[in-house]
Ligand binder design. Structure first.
Ligand code: FES
Length: 285
């Protein structure tokens, strides 16, 4: 059981949770994740670690409320306990000097890319940050990135900040730079990572994505997190979570991510017990 020290919504639907986890805070590295279970009945949710403090023995996670389990997690309060918080899991980001690194992030990815950008800056890389969001009010932690980034660009669907549109505006930003980035790192939803990888493949810019498939054990035993990368089966939890975005089978990845979409939707529609899944006895929520 791990105590929750802080839990609040930082922008609509996006929550910051600070958990007491001294052992994890001593070992975690940028790019790694933990598996959290909100309560004894809850699913195991893989969540990237966005920040940590060894002195206070805490880790900070940014998560989006998207389904039953994240909704349960969001409903907890400071001083409550999560049933499980295990980690750090997965491989850390390769932190070294690349030259110019473009960090592209949206929704919970803004949080998870923060320690990566910070560590890469520490290695002398020039950081260019691109935030993608539906609207400017969904962008958070801007202040944290100001000190790290040579330049910050925003793409918003409503045009309330920066470039109007979605990630397909990325080439406009890239071509406006004096030289192409040496590498692009993308954290966020599947659409953002897949589209960015498509764009950068054409531009021949190496691109790293941080995959977020459904997971159970997080240690390579259950096979739930399997993804196809460069035609080979990989387990995101032990072989990743970072992969070459140009080699990921995005179609398959998206299909697997959506596997429990109907059950997730049903969680929010408990007042409709006669749904197909309830009738078939496949959903108890
Ligand atoms: Fe079970 Fe990766 S989560 S193998």
């Amino acid at each position: 059981m791990n105590k929750i020290l802080e839990l609040r919504m930082i922008v609509p639907n996006m929550h910051l949770i600070k958990i007491e986890a001294p052992d994890i805070s001593k070992k975690v590295k940028p790019g790694q994740f933990v598996i959290v279970r909100p309560d004894e009945e809850g699913e195991r949710i893989p969540l990237s670690v966005a920040d940590w403090d060894q002195e206070s023995g805490t880790i900070t996670i940014i998560f989006m409320e998207v389904g039953a389990s994240t909704s349960r997690l969001a409903s907890l309060k400071p001083n409550d306990y999560v049933a499980t918080c295990v980690g750090p899991l997965g491989n850390a980001t390769e932190i070294k000097y690349y030259g110019t690194v473009m960090c592209v992030a949206g929704c919970y990815g803004i949080g998870s890319i923060y320690p990566v950008a910070k560590a890469l800056k520490g290695e002398g890389n020039k950081i260019i940050t691109v935030f993608e969001a539906r609207s400017s009010y969904l962008i958070y932690w801007l202040d944290r990135f100001v000190g790290l980034s040579e330049k910050i660009f925003t793409i918003t669907r409503d045009g309330s900040s920066g470039y109007k549109g979605h990630v397909k505006r990325l080439p406009d930003i890239i071509h406006g730079l004096s030289q192409l980035p040496d590498i692009i790192i993308v954290n966020g939803c599947t659409y953002l990572m897949a589209q960015t990888s498509n764009i950068t493949k054409d531009l021949n810019i190496p691109t790293i994505v941080n995959l977020n498939p459904i997971m159970i054990d997080g240690t390579g035993m259950c096979g739930v997190c399997r993804v196809t990368v460069a035609g080979k089966m990989k387990f995101a939890c032990v072989d990743g979570p970072e992969f070459n975005g140009h080699e990921v089978d995005w179609k398959e990845f998206l299909a697997r991510r959506k596997a429990y979409m109907e059950e997730e939707t049903l969680f929010f529609r408990r007042s409709e017990p006669e749904s197909k899944l309830h009738k078939e006895g496949k959903c108890q929520v």
